[in-house]
Design a protein around this ligand. Structure first.
Ligand code: SF4
Ligand code: SF4
Length: 158
């Protein structure tokens, strides 16, 4: 007798650590929200981080993708490159970010493309920033554009 299937496997993000993922699996975790391209302000006394509505000049606001991805570190030195080898930077990413969620032992939300099967679900859930972010070139003082991201509500969307 030939056994065609064994018990169904858990998806890779549930059974693998971030350090065990292939390059393709790692890249597929990015939902394309572009929230990591928003300017953040840090309170020097408390270390608290505040998000702003202002996004990096290299962002394409329609696609929510970086227009100079390969050269981003050179062109924007503050742009943090994330990899399994530098988990200390995960906390700088938004609480809805798949990399941060998995590094904190949490699951992916329903609107994540790997769960929904539809890349457009990120936008439909209101997670992408294209509709409300402001390009840095149009802003005088970033401090005037601090926003509050309701993470619990965002993770329950859709
Ligand atoms: S916040 Fe995370 S999931 Fe969203 S675009 Fe940035 S790296 Fe990708
Ligand atoms: S350089 Fe690209 S990836 Fe980095 S913050 Fe700017 S738009 Fe985002």
């Amino acid at each position: 007798m030939q056994v065609l299937h064994t018990v169904s496997e858990q998806p890779f993000w549930k059974r693998k650590k971030l350090t065990e993922m292939t390059r393709e699996e790692w890249e597929s975790l990015c939902d394309g929200c572009a929230r990591c391209c928003l300017f953040k302000l840090e309170d020097e006394e408390t270390g608290a981080l505040y998000y702003t509505q202002v996004a990096c000049r290299l962002l394409d606001f329609k696609t929510c993708r970086c227009t100079r991805y390969q050269e981003r570190s050179k062109l924007v030195p503050d742009c943090i490159t994330m990899s399994p080898e530098n988990p200390e930077v995960f906390s700088w990413f938004p609480p809805t970010c798949a990399y941060r969620l998995l590094s904190e032992g949490k699951d992916l939300p329903r609107w994540h493309p790997l769960v929904s099967g539809d890349p457009a679900s990120v936008s439909r859930a209101g997670i992408t920033i294209g509709g409300w972010a402001i390009p840095e070139d149009e802003v005088d003082d970033v401090e005037d554009h601090i926003i509050s991201l309701d993470t619990d509500s965002d993770l329950e969307q859709w």
